[in-house]
Design a protein around this ligand. Sequence first.
Ligand code: CA
Length: 446
Amino acid sequence: MNRRQFLSALAFPPLAAATPKPNIVLILADDLGYADIGAYGCKDVPTPNIDSVARNGVRFTGAYVSCPYCSPTRAGIMTGRYQTHFGHEFNPGPAEQAVENFGLPLTETAMPQRLKDLGYKTGMFGKWHLGYRPAYHPQQRGFDEFFGFLGGAHSYIDAEVDPANPILRGTDRVAKVEYTTDQFAAEAAGFIDRNKGNPFFLYVPFNAVHNPAQALPKYEDRFKGKIADPARKTFAAMLSALDDGVGLILKTLEKHKLTNNTLLVFLTDNGGPTAANTSKNDPLRGFKAQVYEGGIRIPFMMQWPGHVPKGKVYANPIIALDLLPTFVAAAGGTADASWKLDGADLLPFIAGKNKGRPHERLYWRFGQQWAIREGDWKLMSMGGPPALYNLKDDIGEARDLSNVETARVEKMGNEWETWNKRNMPPLWIPAAAPGQKKQKKKKAKA
Ligand code: CA
């Protein structure tokens, strides 16, 4: 190689060496509201590690989940499809009385399987909530490794308190668990250690900050004399533990010099249930289990140094269904039309290569509740007559314009109906489903 060739090789390194398959890390919080993270306005609970993802990447201010409730949102994330297209509309109910046919339908292919097909090692540490029966176990849906629980809520400190929803390693019950937030993070770090030499997909669905309200003294002590309300103090401790957990994952990536080659996302599965855990959704209206913004708009951050802009705020609406196509694209794969994805690959949008919006419209159906967002407008119903809001001027959904903008109400209502034709009736309806009293009657119309 002469000097000119040498300099040219420096300027244009071979492509293959420059673009190895990135690792993918998906961190999902549980019942964390829009305003519960420092990067989204929380003042009394420091979350420096979670905030660092926004600083090193993109913070989305118009990010949604596809349902204001735990299990359906996860079904959407895992498939990249509106979960109502395949009947996964509701939670199963508590573990000991879960409906018999509950689980992410076996007709659907889950995210870990898609990434496994692209050569990834896959691990999950935390809350599954997508089926109890053997065929629905995470390791039957594409995860090489699993540690966590299959149900919806779990004690943070007692592995055996709920016999119907044990802590499992693979399929084996474990008798003892560390504080689950600590242990899920430690298990995730161990997975990174074991897989540092190959592309991996790591899914960490923490149960924090979902009830039960349980915190360790070492976390509560951080708020001694700072937060007086006992419920808020426990919440703060649980959130602080979650932030430490995210910090351990970030540090472990850094330890192995994997940060630059890892696409990492942090989000939560639904808005905050303020009455249950003191979480906050400001300035949004509504809570978990509602299609108001407070139930479906969530903190969502993504980092991938060199590939995702640093410190950018992205305001166009996106939805958690976008994760699957984004990950598949980052992994060098191509989503096939037969996958019938509803999500979009976000990378060209956040890089500024595509100036348009990832979605013309977004849709929700959750029993009697429904909503559609088109541009800045949102038409929604809690079961009664629809209300229309302009989110650009009225992010708190305080001024219903349905009586003023009647033509828009009709147009958007028709668009939702057209989308709804692709939905199917729910495969199960748990006895305790919120707002489901008239589900049978409503179904004819919905
Ligand atoms: Ca949840």
